[in-house]
Ligand binder design. Structure first.
Ligand SMILES: Cc1ncc(COP(=O)(O)O)c(C=O)c1O
Length: 346
């Protein structure tokens, strides 16, 4: 395995960046009841006004990229405050960030580019809800509808970046393309550190954590943070649609493996190609894998919405997996599950 596949994020660097942002707040960790069982619910549905955890990825990667380029050219280390100065914004205005998105990563990139004065071009497959396109445009991004599925929109974005000299800012990684998505995932590590701090105040640690995955970036960042920084270790389960179980297929094959399947109603998790860095990291984090059908995911999202956190089949997939595993898992002494609701209703 090449060293490019190593993920060694600096969560404190990401946390200090966000703590300097006016729209940053620690997201809530709710305690809820389900059939007499207490569960912990990390609620990302309001994150930085974008409605999903991905608000921590693209904007952070863009800020770091610009700070690194500036430092190389000017020898100055940029503070988050300094990034708002006109000379830095003029420097950033020459840059265009390109990505494909199932929705939320594009919002992060569009908002991150706007905040630093750069441009964004987002490629969306025709399966992405129309509403995402309008929201992206409201952040000043150029929206290009391309392809019948996520993989085709990724291909279009990669090609466009190569043709135009724009900077590709994917959330997935592959052989030869790893560094910017690692920064995206470093941004997500903030969630893991927030949870560690919240749990230590409670003095309670979960026995089971369920992490929904598309390309695997969120699951990778959370599993890394849990295994490296939490004092009490839970079982970790990675949850994918049965139509897009690319991480589980990679685990079975012992190498990154693409899958085929129909479209899933878990649109944000419907990624048929795993992030190679994410998968390699997950392999070192002792995780297990489960899949969900569309019907299970829809029912789980409805249940969580009724419980008070309105979400989608993608955003509630970890919770759905918990509901299905509850009878067996609850036999564990001190059973205390934790799930992340990764987006609000779209
Ligand atoms: C709401 C939501 N949940 C989970 C995921 C999965 O994240 P990843 O693709 O990093 O595995 C995404 C990705 O877009 C998402 O938008």
């Amino acid at each position: 395995m090449s060293t490019a596949m190593n993920f060694q994020p600096d969560f404190s660097r990401a946390l200090s960046y966000f703590q300097a942002q006016p729209n940053y707040a620690v997201s809530p960790l709710h305690e809820m009841q389900l059939d007499g069982q207490t569960l912990l619910v990390k609620d990302e549905t309001q994150r930085m006004g974008l409605g999903a955890f991905k608000a921590l990825g693209g904007p952070y990667a863009i800020a770091r990229y610009i700070a690194d380029e500036w430092q190389q050219q000017h020898g100055e280390v940029l503070t988050p405050e300094r990034m708002q100065d006109e000379d830095v914004k003029t420097f950033a205005s020459a840059m265009t960030f390109v990505c494909a998105s199932a929705g939320n990563h594009g919002l992060g990139v569009a908002r991150g580019a706007r905040d630093v004065g750069a441009k964004a071009r987002i490629f969306l497959a025709h399966t992405v809800p129309q509403g995402f396109g309008a929201r992206l445009e409201s952040f000043g991004a150029e929206v290009v509808w391309a392809g019948d599925n996520y993989s085709q929109s990724v291909e279009a974005a990669v090609q466009n970046a190569a043709d135009t000299g724009a900077t590709l800012l994917a959330d997935g990684t592959w052989e030869g393309y790893t560094e910017l998505p690692k920064l995206v995932m470093e941004g997500y590590t903030v969630i893991g550190e927030e949870m560690r701090a919240q749990l230590s105040v409670k003095g309670q640690w979960p026995t089971h954590v369920y992490l929904q995955a598309g390309v695997g970036g969120l699951a990778c960042a959370m599993a890394y943070m849990i295994r490296h920084n939490w004092p009490v270790q839970p079982e970790i389960t990675v949850v994918e649609p049965d139509a897009a179980e690319c991480l589980q297929a990679s685990h079975r094959a012992g190498q990154p493996t693409d899958v085929e399947g129909p479209d899933s109603n878990m649109g944000r998790l419907d990624c048929k190609e795993p992030s190679h860095v994410a998968w390699h990291t997950l392999e070192q984090c002792d995780v297990s894998y489960v899949t969900l059908t569309d019907a299970q995911a829809a029912a789980g999202a409805e249940q969580m919405t009724e419980m008070g956190v309105a979400t989608t089949p993608s955003g509630g997939a970890g919770f759905t997996a918990l509901t299905l595993a509850m009878a067996e898992a609850s036999k564990t002494a001190g059973f205390l599950p934790l799930v992340i609701i990764s987006e609000g209703q779209v």
